[in-house]
Design a protein around this ligand. Structure first.
Ligand code: BTN
Length: 251
Protein backbone atom coordinates (compact mmCIF):
# COMPACT_ATOMS: atom_id res chain seq x y z
CA UNK A 1 0.00 0.00 0.00
CA UNK A 2 2.26 2.68 -1.35
CA UNK A 3 0.17 5.67 -0.30
CA UNK A 4 -0.73 4.61 3.24
CA UNK A 5 -0.06 7.44 5.70
CA UNK A 6 -1.00 5.77 9.00
CA UNK A 7 1.36 5.44 11.97
CA UNK A 8 0.36 1.90 12.84
CA UNK A 9 -2.81 0.58 11.28
CA UNK A 10 -2.26 -1.62 8.25
CA UNK A 11 1.33 -2.45 9.10
CA UNK A 12 2.38 -5.15 8.60
CA UNK A 13 -0.04 -6.31 5.94
CA UNK A 14 -0.61 -10.01 5.24
CA UNK A 15 -2.37 -10.61 1.94
CA UNK A 16 -3.76 -14.03 0.96
CA UNK A 17 -5.46 -15.25 -2.20
CA UNK A 18 -7.69 -17.47 -0.12
CA UNK A 19 -8.29 -18.11 3.58
CA UNK A 20 -10.93 -19.93 5.58
CA UNK A 21 -11.54 -16.68 7.45
CA UNK A 22 -9.31 -13.67 8.07
CA UNK A 23 -10.56 -13.86 11.67
CA UNK A 24 -9.08 -17.33 12.06
CA UNK A 25 -5.80 -16.15 10.56
CA UNK A 26 -5.82 -13.16 12.94
CA UNK A 27 -6.18 -15.55 15.90
CA UNK A 28 -3.27 -17.64 14.59
CA UNK A 29 -1.14 -14.50 14.17
CA UNK A 30 -2.10 -13.25 17.64
CA UNK A 31 -0.90 -16.52 19.13
CA UNK A 32 2.42 -15.83 17.44
CA UNK A 33 2.55 -12.33 18.97
CA UNK A 34 1.30 -10.20 16.07
CA UNK A 35 1.66 -6.50 16.78
CA UNK A 36 -1.03 -3.84 16.93
CA UNK A 37 -1.95 -2.58 13.51
CA UNK A 38 -1.36 -5.89 11.72
CA UNK A 39 -3.85 -6.40 8.92
CA UNK A 40 -4.93 -9.68 7.38
CA UNK A 41 -6.60 -9.47 4.02
CA UNK A 42 -7.97 -12.23 1.80
CA UNK A 43 -9.19 -12.05 -1.79
CA UNK A 44 -11.61 -14.85 -0.96
CA UNK A 45 -12.85 -16.55 2.21
CA UNK A 46 -14.13 -20.10 2.15
CA UNK A 47 -15.62 -19.96 5.64
CA UNK A 48 -16.23 -16.26 6.29
CA UNK A 49 -17.83 -15.66 9.68
CA UNK A 50 -20.70 -13.33 10.49
CA UNK A 51 -22.12 -12.35 13.85
CA UNK A 52 -24.19 -14.76 15.91
CA UNK A 53 -22.65 -17.83 14.27
CA UNK A 54 -23.83 -16.92 10.78
CA UNK A 55 -21.66 -17.29 7.70
CA UNK A 56 -20.43 -14.37 5.60
CA UNK A 57 -20.51 -14.69 1.84
CA UNK A 58 -17.02 -13.67 0.57
CA UNK A 59 -16.55 -14.28 -3.18
CA UNK A 60 -13.11 -13.64 -4.75
CA UNK A 61 -11.82 -10.31 -5.99
CA UNK A 62 -14.85 -8.10 -5.39
CA UNK A 63 -14.89 -7.28 -1.70
CA UNK A 64 -12.62 -6.23 1.12
CA UNK A 65 -12.48 -9.09 3.60
CA UNK A 66 -10.11 -8.16 6.37
CA UNK A 67 -9.17 -8.40 10.04
CA UNK A 68 -7.36 -5.64 11.88
CA UNK A 69 -5.48 -6.39 15.08
CA UNK A 70 -5.79 -3.83 17.89
CA UNK A 71 -4.30 -3.93 21.39
CA UNK A 72 -6.01 -1.07 23.19
CA UNK A 73 -5.57 -2.13 26.86
CA UNK A 74 -9.02 -1.00 27.98
CA UNK A 75 -11.48 -2.68 30.38
CA UNK A 76 -13.45 -5.53 28.88
CA UNK A 77 -16.67 -3.60 29.49
CA UNK A 78 -15.50 -1.05 26.91
CA UNK A 79 -15.42 -3.57 24.05
CA UNK A 80 -18.68 -2.22 22.52
CA UNK A 81 -16.92 1.12 22.00
CA UNK A 82 -14.56 -0.47 19.50
CA UNK A 83 -17.40 -1.94 17.48
CA UNK A 84 -19.16 1.39 17.31
CA UNK A 85 -15.99 3.27 16.44
CA UNK A 86 -15.20 0.85 13.63
CA UNK A 87 -18.67 1.45 12.19
CA UNK A 88 -18.17 5.22 12.43
CA UNK A 89 -14.79 5.05 10.66
CA UNK A 90 -16.17 2.89 7.86
CA UNK A 91 -19.30 4.95 7.39
CA UNK A 92 -17.34 8.22 7.24
CA UNK A 93 -14.82 6.78 4.83
CA UNK A 94 -17.52 5.51 2.44
CA UNK A 95 -19.31 8.86 2.51
CA UNK A 96 -16.11 10.78 1.85
CA UNK A 97 -14.92 8.58 -0.97
CA UNK A 98 -18.12 7.75 -2.82
CA UNK A 99 -20.84 10.23 -1.81
CA UNK A 100 -22.98 7.19 -1.01
CA UNK A 101 -25.07 8.04 2.04
CA UNK A 102 -24.30 5.01 4.15
CA UNK A 103 -25.97 4.80 7.57
CA UNK A 104 -25.23 2.72 10.65
CA UNK A 105 -27.79 0.24 11.92
CA UNK A 106 -27.17 -0.59 15.54
CA UNK A 107 -24.75 -1.86 16.51
CA UNK A 108 -22.55 -2.02 13.46
CA UNK A 109 -24.16 -2.87 10.15
CA UNK A 110 -23.75 -0.36 7.36
CA UNK A 111 -26.83 0.14 5.24
CA UNK A 112 -27.42 1.91 1.97
CA UNK A 113 -31.06 2.51 1.08
CA UNK A 114 -32.02 -0.11 3.65
CA UNK A 115 -29.69 -2.83 2.32
CA UNK A 116 -26.59 -4.11 4.04
CA UNK A 117 -23.29 -3.18 2.44
CA UNK A 118 -20.84 -4.07 5.20
CA UNK A 119 -20.59 -6.04 8.43
CA UNK A 120 -18.28 -5.89 11.43
CA UNK A 121 -17.38 -8.72 13.82
CA UNK A 122 -15.13 -8.20 16.82
CA UNK A 123 -13.38 -11.08 18.57
CA UNK A 124 -11.61 -10.25 21.81
CA UNK A 125 -9.01 -11.76 24.11
CA UNK A 126 -9.10 -10.98 27.81
CA UNK A 127 -6.69 -11.06 30.71
CA UNK A 128 -7.90 -10.15 34.18
CA UNK A 129 -10.89 -8.17 32.90
CA UNK A 130 -8.69 -6.19 30.49
CA UNK A 131 -9.06 -6.41 26.78
CA UNK A 132 -5.60 -7.43 25.62
CA UNK A 133 -6.30 -7.83 21.95
CA UNK A 134 -9.06 -7.50 19.41
CA UNK A 135 -9.43 -8.91 15.94
CA UNK A 136 -11.75 -6.46 14.21
CA UNK A 137 -13.22 -8.32 11.23
CA UNK A 138 -14.60 -6.08 8.52
CA UNK A 139 -16.38 -7.18 5.36
CA UNK A 140 -17.22 -4.61 2.67
CA UNK A 141 -19.17 -5.54 -0.44
CA UNK A 142 -17.27 -3.31 -2.86
CA UNK A 143 -17.75 -4.38 -6.47
CA UNK A 144 -20.21 -7.26 -6.21
CA UNK A 145 -22.86 -7.51 -8.92
CA UNK A 146 -26.41 -8.37 -7.98
CA UNK A 147 -25.87 -11.91 -9.27
CA UNK A 148 -22.89 -12.38 -6.93
CA UNK A 149 -25.23 -12.47 -3.93
CA UNK A 150 -26.91 -15.75 -3.07
CA UNK A 151 -30.69 -15.96 -3.43
CA UNK A 152 -31.42 -15.39 0.26
CA UNK A 153 -29.49 -12.08 0.23
CA UNK A 154 -30.92 -10.69 -3.01
CA UNK A 155 -33.25 -8.16 -1.39
CA UNK A 156 -31.15 -7.62 1.76
CA UNK A 157 -27.62 -6.88 0.52
CA UNK A 158 -25.97 -4.51 -1.91
CA UNK A 159 -22.50 -3.28 -2.88
CA UNK A 160 -20.80 0.09 -3.23
CA UNK A 161 -20.77 -0.42 -6.99
CA UNK A 162 -24.49 -1.19 -7.16
CA UNK A 163 -25.34 1.71 -4.87
CA UNK A 164 -23.03 4.29 -6.45
CA UNK A 165 -23.31 3.18 -10.05
CA UNK A 166 -19.57 2.76 -10.60
CA UNK A 167 -16.81 0.42 -9.43
CA UNK A 168 -14.70 1.50 -6.45
CA UNK A 169 -10.92 0.97 -6.38
CA UNK A 170 -10.41 -1.45 -3.50
CA UNK A 171 -6.91 -0.24 -2.70
CA UNK A 172 -8.03 3.40 -2.51
CA UNK A 173 -10.90 2.35 -0.24
CA UNK A 174 -8.62 0.32 1.99
CA UNK A 175 -6.12 3.17 2.44
CA UNK A 176 -8.95 5.63 3.17
CA UNK A 177 -10.48 3.26 5.71
CA UNK A 178 -7.22 2.65 7.57
CA UNK A 179 -6.51 6.38 7.81
CA UNK A 180 -10.05 7.13 9.00
CA UNK A 181 -9.90 4.22 11.47
CA UNK A 182 -6.62 5.42 12.92
CA UNK A 183 -8.03 8.89 13.39
CA UNK A 184 -11.04 7.62 15.42
CA UNK A 185 -9.01 5.02 17.29
CA UNK A 186 -6.42 7.56 18.43
CA UNK A 187 -9.18 10.01 19.35
CA UNK A 188 -10.87 7.28 21.39
CA UNK A 189 -7.67 6.40 23.27
CA UNK A 190 -7.11 10.11 24.02
CA UNK A 191 -10.62 11.33 24.78
CA UNK A 192 -12.80 8.30 25.38
CA UNK A 193 -16.16 7.37 23.90
CA UNK A 194 -17.99 10.73 24.04
CA UNK A 195 -16.90 12.12 20.63
CA UNK A 196 -17.57 8.79 18.93
CA UNK A 197 -20.99 8.53 20.49
CA UNK A 198 -22.01 11.88 19.02
CA UNK A 199 -20.90 10.95 15.51
CA UNK A 200 -22.42 7.47 15.74
CA UNK A 201 -25.76 8.97 16.74
CA UNK A 202 -25.63 11.41 13.82
CA UNK A 203 -24.95 8.58 11.34
CA UNK A 204 -27.41 6.12 12.78
CA UNK A 205 -30.56 4.92 11.09
CA UNK A 206 -31.74 3.19 14.26
CA UNK A 207 -32.57 6.21 16.41
CA UNK A 208 -36.07 7.64 16.82
CA UNK A 209 -37.48 4.42 15.47
CA UNK A 210 -39.38 1.61 17.04
CA UNK A 211 -37.16 -1.41 17.55
CA UNK A 212 -37.69 -4.90 18.91
CA UNK A 213 -34.45 -6.05 20.47
CA UNK A 214 -33.18 -8.14 23.37
CA UNK A 215 -36.73 -9.11 24.31
CA UNK A 216 -37.99 -5.54 24.57
CA UNK A 217 -39.81 -3.24 22.20
CA UNK A 218 -39.82 0.53 22.12
CA UNK A 219 -38.26 3.66 20.69
CA UNK A 220 -34.47 3.74 20.23
CA UNK A 221 -33.36 7.08 21.66
CA UNK A 222 -29.55 7.06 21.89
CA UNK A 223 -26.44 5.36 23.25
CA UNK A 224 -25.24 5.34 26.84
CA UNK A 225 -21.59 5.76 27.94
CA UNK A 226 -20.98 2.02 27.62
CA UNK A 227 -22.21 1.91 24.04
CA UNK A 228 -25.53 0.23 24.81
CA UNK A 229 -28.61 1.27 22.85
CA UNK A 230 -31.14 3.13 25.01
CA UNK A 231 -34.67 1.98 24.32
CA UNK A 232 -37.67 3.85 25.70
CA UNK A 233 -40.42 1.38 26.49
CA UNK A 234 -44.10 2.15 26.11
CA UNK A 235 -44.44 2.45 29.89
CA UNK A 236 -41.94 5.31 29.86
CA UNK A 237 -38.94 3.43 31.28
CA UNK A 238 -35.65 3.59 29.36
CA UNK A 239 -33.47 0.45 29.31
CA UNK A 240 -29.94 -0.13 27.95
CA UNK A 241 -29.60 -2.96 25.43
CA UNK A 242 -26.20 -4.40 24.66
CA UNK A 243 -25.21 -5.55 21.21
CA UNK A 244 -27.29 -8.36 19.78
CA UNK A 245 -29.30 -8.19 16.64
CA UNK A 246 -31.72 -5.43 15.99
CA UNK A 247 -34.95 -6.00 14.16
CA UNK A 248 -37.17 -3.13 13.28
CA UNK A 249 -40.79 -3.63 14.18
CA UNK A 250 -43.89 -2.00 12.82
CA UNK A 251 -45.52 0.36 15.33
C1 BTN B 1 -21.84 -9.51 10.31
O1 BTN B 1 -22.43 -8.54 9.84
O2 BTN B 1 -22.46 -10.52 10.67
C2 BTN B 1 -20.34 -9.45 10.46
C3 BTN B 1 -19.64 -9.86 9.20
C4 BTN B 1 -18.14 -9.77 9.28
C5 BTN B 1 -17.46 -10.28 8.03
C6 BTN B 1 -15.98 -10.06 8.02
S1 BTN B 1 -15.25 -10.43 6.45
C7 BTN B 1 -13.65 -10.33 7.14
C8 BTN B 1 -13.73 -10.95 8.53
N1 BTN B 1 -13.46 -12.37 8.46
C9 BTN B 1 -14.55 -13.08 8.73
O3 BTN B 1 -14.61 -14.32 8.70
N2 BTN B 1 -15.58 -12.27 9.05
C10 BTN B 1 -15.18 -10.87 9.02
Amino acid sequence: LAKLKTNKLGRPLFLFDQLDSTQNEAQRRLSEGAEEGSLILAEEQTAGKGRLGRSWHSPPGKGLWMSLILKPDIPFASAPHLTLLTAVALCRCIRRLTKIEALIKWPNDLLVAGKKISGILLETRLEEERLVSVAAGIGICVNLEQADFPAELQDKATSLMLAGGEPVDREVLLVAFLEEMEHWYELYLREGFAPIRTVWEALSTSLQRRVAVGGVEGMAVGLNEQGALLVRLDDGRTVPIFSSNIAESTP
